[in-house]
Design a protein around this ligand. Sequence first.
Ligand code: NAD
Length: 298
Amino acid sequence: MGAKIIDGKAIAAGIRGEIARTVSKLTLEGTRPGLGVVLVGQNPASISYVNSKENDCDEVGIYSHDIRLPANTSESELLHIIDNLNHNPRIHGILVQLPLPKDMNEARIIAAILPEKDVDGFHPANLGRLLLNLDCFIPCTPYGIVKILEIENIPIEGAEIVLVGRSRIVGAPLANLLFRKGYGGNATLTVCHSYTRNIEKVLSRGDIIIVATGNPGLIKGNMIRNGTVVIDVGINRVEDSSRRKGYKLVGDVDFDSVKQVAKAITPVPGGVGPVTRAMLLWNTAVAAQRFHTDRKEV
Ligand code: NAD
């Protein structure tokens, strides 16, 4: 029997429905949630992400303020724009699309965002709070993965999870989320990375395998055991001359062989990606809700 294909688009639509209700209630009470999105340069993948974020905001009723800047924008200009967004009462969440041009200091830019508007969850204060198991904005992809498992009734608590990848954006915050004593946590976690020896042996431990490496087709069906749940985070463009765009999107998992052995699997596209996008809206609604409550209490 083949794996259940987890429908990330349907999960995301359900989450957006919930967000739309919160947004409508907040708006009626006088606080329309607002998201400021800053894009520097012309990276095609980033342009496409930012366009979809704008559409997502429209769908749930979030006000979106898009700022698109040329690649030669200086760091001080960008810091100035972030400062304006920090002080703008209509904006409750700020997203600076990564990667930034190479000559910019990404860490300095992210640190300039007010932690209470850092809906991407990459500010050191939010990442530190995640590590300390305190209230924080959980980065959208890790949050989306936990939501998928929750909605699919796949328990994290007590599960053996093998996570492949330890990046700042996905692997590292996800690892902290999965092993902490709290929401999304209590797993027995093994983290693999580019220095891991004999990855197959490690993978065989997993009830759940989560892969975020940026290597198309890295994980094959013969590397996992029967009945594993596989979450494929990778989004990779590979050449495909049969398509109009000249490429197709694939994950880090060899979908055709893995789906023969796995219990459930997220496809690419249509798996983790849409849920990640929905969690950005979720965090923005939460930021606006906090702003609204604080304003009422003043
Ligand atoms: P990254 O390059 O920053 O990190 C890759 C990680 O994978 C590193 O920790 C590295 O040690 C590990 N790795 C690389 N090759 C490996 C190998 N052969 N064996 C074991 N570990 C290996 O990448 P990232 O930003 O984490 O992104 C990873 C993938 O996820 C990319 O395809 C990216 O496009 C995708 N992504 C998807 C979403 C989403 O919403 N679905 C969000 C962010 C990133």
